[in-house]
Ligand binder design. Structure first.
Ligand SMILES: NC(=O)c1ccc[n+]([C@@H]2O[C@H](COP(=O)([O-])OP(=O)(O)OC[C@H]3O[C@@H](n4cnc5c(N)ncnc54)[C@H](OP(=O)(O)O)[C@@H]3O)[C@@H](O)[C@H]2O)c1
Length: 293
C-alpha cells in the first residue's frame, strides 16, 4: 500500500474529551486532518475543539455515547454531513472499573465489553463500506498490554483489549488489498494524562518515575501507524516489542513482574478504593429510592 495521505482526510477520534484522545486528535489536526472529537462530556469536547481550531485546523465536537447503537449511527451520519466521508477511525475510547472481577455485576462486565470492544467493532462496520467504495481508509484500535502482563483485576477489560488485537489483524488481512487497513497500538503504562495518572491522583498513589510512555509519544505513533501502515505497535519504554514477545512466550513472567514491582499491592489498594466508591453509590441510590438494606 502507498503512504496514506493525511492532509484533507476526515478522522473520527473517540475518547477525545480527556486523557490520551486529545493528544491523538491534536497530532492528526497538525497533519491537516479534519477531526471529529467524540466522547460523552460535551463541555470538555467543545473546549478541546475550540483549542485545536485556534491553530486553523477543522475540528468539531460530536458528543456521543459510543455504547449506544443509535448514537453511533447518528454520529457517522453527522460527521459525514459536516466534515465529509470518514477516512480514518481511531477507536481510542475505553476504560476499566478497576475492581476485582468477582465483585462485578453482569451488567458491569457487559458494559466493559461494550465500551472496549463492541463499540469499536460496530463503529468500524459503519465506516467500512464507504472506505471500500473510495478504496481508502485506516482504522486504529487502541489496545493494552493488560492481557499480556496479566495486569491485576483486568479480566473483562483485557479480554476486550485482546479482542481488539485479533479484530484488527483479520480486518487488515481481509481489506488491505482493497485500500483499507488497520493498526493496533498496544499501550503499556501511560504517564502525564489518562487513567493511570488520574487514578494515582485520586487514590493518593505515586506513579513510578520511569517506565511510562507520554501521551504525546502515543499521538506521534498513531500518525506513524497510519502513514506507514504499521500492523501493531507495542508502545512501551525500551524494547517494547521484545518485552511483549517474552510475555507471550512465558505467561508466568507478567504475574512474577507484578509481584516483584509491587503492582499487585498497588492495584489491591485501587480495587479497595473503587469498591468503597461502588458501595457508596449503591447506598446513595437506595437512600434516594427510600429502600432499606
Ligand atoms: N492510560 C493508560 O495507562 C492506558 C494503558 C493502556 C491502554 N490504555 C487505553 O488507552 C485509551 C485511552 O485511555 P485514557 O487513559 O486516555 O483514558 P481516559 O483518560 O479515562 O479517557 C477515556 C476517554 O474515553 C471516553 N469514553 C468513555 N466512555 C465512553 C462512552 N461510553 N462513549 C464515548 N466516549 C467514552 C471518555 O470520555 P467521556 O467520559 O467524556 O465519555 C474519555 O474521553 C483507552 O482505550 C485505554 O483503555 C490506556
Amino acid at each position: 500500500m502507498s503512504k496514506f495521505e493525511l492532509k484533507g482526510a476526515t478522522a473520527i477520534v473517540t475518547g477525545a474529551s480527556r486523557g490520551i484522545g486529545p493528544y491523538i486528535a491534536e497530532a492528526l489536526a497538525g497533519e491537516g486532518v479534519k477531526v471529529a472529537l467524540v466522547a460523552r462530556s460535551q463541555p470538555e469536547l467543545e473546549a478541546n475543539a475550540r483549542r485545536l481550531s485556534e491553530s486553523g485546523a477543522e475540528v468539531v465536537a460530536f458528543p456521543t455515547d459510543i455504547t449506544s447503537a443509535e448514537e453511533r449511527r447518528d454520529l457517522v451520519r453527522a460527521v459525514e454531513r459536516r466534515l465529509g466521508p470518514v477516512d480514518l477511525l481511531v477507536n481510542n475510547a475505553g476504560g476499566d472499573l478497576q475492581r476485582e472481577f468477582h465483585n462485578l455485576t453482569e451488567d458491569e462486565i457487559g458494559g466493559l465489553l461494550e465500551l472496549n470492544l463492541t463499540s469499536a467493532v460496530m463503529l468500524t462496520r459503519l465506516v467500512l463500506p464507504g472506505m471500500l467504495e473510495r478504496g481508502r481508509g485506516h482504522v486504529v484500535n487502541v489496545s493494552s498490554m493488560a492481557g499480556r502482563v496479566s495486569f491485576p483485576y483486568t479480566e473483562a477489560y483485557a479480554a476486550a483489549k485482546d479482542g481488539l488485537i485479533a479484530f484488527t489483524r483479520v480486518l487488515r488481512a481481509d481489506y488491505r488489498a482493497r485500500g483499507v487497513s488497520g493498526s493496533t497500538l498496544i499501550l503499556g503504562p501511560v504517564g502525564e494524562a489518562g487513567v493511570g495518572a488520574r487514578t494515582a491522583d485520586e487514590v493518593g498513589l505515586k506513579l513510578p518515575p520511569v517506565g511510562l510512555v507520554s501521551p504525546a509519544k502515543i499521538a506521534k505513533l498513531t500518525v506513524r501507524a497510519i502513514r506507514s501502515d504499521r500492523a501493531e505497535l507495542a508502545v512501551l519504554p525500551g524494547p517494547g516489542k521484545l518485552l511483549r514477545a517474552l510475555m507471550d512466550r512465558f505467561p508466568a513472567l507478567g504475574p512474577a513482574m507484578n509481584r516483584a514491582t509491587g503492582t499487585n499491592k498497588t492495584m489491591a489498594t485501587v480495587a479497595e478504593y473503587r469498591n468503597r466508591e461502588a458501595r457508596l453509590r449503591v447506598a446513595e441510590q437506595c437512600a434516594q429510592e427510600g429502600v432499606t438494606r
